[in-house]
Design a protein. Structure first.
Length: 237
């Protein structure tokens, strides 16, 4: 059986990282059986990053590479109804979510207004974590943010980027159905991976305030959440 390795859950969301939750949601929507194992240490993963899967003796990292493999290996038809323009838009949304990731992560590990709440919640749910380990991870992420660029911004400027991404998403997500019609596609799993990691968290970042204020984003998030059979977490609007 395929095994998904990803970061642990938090606030009732199956993975506290948008990429791992994206893959989790994709596998659920596709009806592909899998075992889900949580890790804190990504050093043994392909490229040293989570998520990754093991399937038929192969270890595959990167969420898009995982989805491409599962589509081929298991005959997944989630995106078969998409035309060329829809596939182009799907790629653009995926790349935009890559940008949103950095701001969402920044809000947890970098912004001192929200870091203590995130740290305490993660340690509270996963007692194996220590304050020392969390501070080490915080310092590691600070380096990542600096070299990526978002870490050179003050919080208002960093959030400006993420809010622009969310505003574009709010313009694209319909009031009913999913991004490309009444059936969810892989891009909807990707959108859910990031929205759920904002909406279901009771940490009142500017990103959460934006999502809470847009009914179409909330509806999309909760609709995918229900489709993949997840219990409603605490912390929504």
């Amino acid at each position: 059986m395929l095994t998904l390795y990803s970061y642990p859950e938090l606030f009732g969301v199956a993975d506290n990282n948008g990429y791992g939750l994206k893959v989790y949601a994709y596998l659920k929507l596709a009806g592909v059986p899998f075992e889900h194992r949580h890790l804190f240490d990504a050093s043994g993963a392909p490229r040293g990053q989570l998520p990754y899967i093991e399937d038929d003796g192969a270890a595959i990292g990167d969420s898009e590479a995982i989805i491409a493999h599962v589509r081929r290996a298991y005959g997944v038809t989630l995106d078969d109804h998409l035309g060329p323009r829809e596939r182009t838009l799907a790629l653009l949304v995926t790349r935009m979510l890559d940008d949103l990731y950095w701001v969402m992560s920044y809000s947890r590990w970098k912004d001192e207004d929200f870091w203590p709440q995130f740290r305490d919640a993660l340690m509270g749910q996963h007692p194996v974590l220590t304050a020392e380990a969390m501070e080490k991870a915080k310092a590691f992420n600070a380096q990542r943010y600096y070299y990526q660029g978002v870490g050179r911004y003050a919080p208002p400027e960093a959030y400006g980027r993420g809010l622009a991404d969310l505003a574009a998403l709010a313009d694209l997500v319909p009031a009913e159905g999913f991004l490309f019609g009444p059936r969810p596609a892989s891009t909807d799993a990707a959108i859910y991976g990031f929205l759920a990691n904002i909406y279901f968290y009771p940490i009142a970042t500017p990103l959460k305030a934006f999502v809470d204020a847009h009914e179409n984003l909330v509806r999309h998030c909760t609709a995918i959440h229900a489709l993949i059979g997840a219990a409603a977490p605490h912390g929504g609007a």
